[in-house]
Each structure stands twice: as C-alpha cells, then as structure tokens.
Design a protein around this ligand. Structure first.
Ligand code: ZN
Length: 129
C-alpha cells in the first residue's frame, strides 16, 4: 500500500466533490469560460493532487490539442484534463495548464455546481470570448 502524499492548499480552494482533496486555488484560475460535456469548466495555471492519464490527440472547437485526463489522487475520479500541446498558435497559452470540470469540484465556499438543464454544448472545449 503506497502512502498517499496530498498537498494542502490555503486560501480559496477548489476541492474534489467526492473526497475533499484540494485540487486548485481560486487565484490560479486563468479562464472561467471553458466548457466540457457537462457544463462549465475552469482553466487553471496549476492543479495539485492529480494523476495524469495517457496523452491523446483531441479535436476541440479551438483545434487540435494533445491532452491527458487528470484524476483525483484521493478517489481516482476524473476531474478534468490537462493540455500538453496546443497545435493552433492562438491556443498556445493553454499548454501546461489544466481544466477542472466545474461539476466535479466544490467551490471555495463549499458550493457545488449542478449541471443546468438545457446546456447543450458540443465538444469539450470552447473559444474564449
Ligand atoms: Zn477525490
């Protein structure tokens, strides 16, 4: 049994909805205008306490990206994805950054985000306005 090393964050924290493992800080949010299959998603400069899955090429609304899913180290549930490479020049800022799906995480005030009915968003990415 491997011992789990979990980083504790301080401040306004986004944490795993299932096991409360800290994942990211409010101040590290780059953009809140991302979308995933289930609704909103936020782009973070960095996330902690995640394990990274296999890289894959994914075609998103903003072009081809090399991404990998990220999983909570506490409970193993998928919480978002990370950008390894953005093939479009205009999307390069995403490289090395990670997206957390909003409905997978609890917000700084403990709030949960529920998928709003009527959200029909194709793809798993969005153009920043
Ligand atoms: Zn978890």
């Amino acid at each position: 049994m491997g011992r789990l090393f979990v980083v504790n964050l301080e401040g306004k924290i986004y944490s795993c909805k299932h096991c409360r493992t800290h994942l990211a800080l409010c101040e590290d949010i780059v953009s809140k205008s991302f979308h995933c299959r289930h609704g909103k998603a936020y782009l973070f400069n960095k996330v902690v306490n995640v394990s990274v899955g296999e890289k894959e090429e994914r075609v998103m609304t903003t072009g081809m990206h090399t991404v990998a899913d990220i999983f909570c180290v506490g409970c193993g549930s998928i919480v978002g994805w990370t950008y390894e490479t953005a093939h479009e020049k205009s999307q390069k800022y995403k490289e090395g950054k990670s997206v957390l799906e909003r409905y997978k995480v609890s917000g700084p005030d403990g709030s949960n985000y529920w998928v709003s009915h009527g959200a029909h968003i194709g793809g798993s990415d969005a153009d920043d306005a």
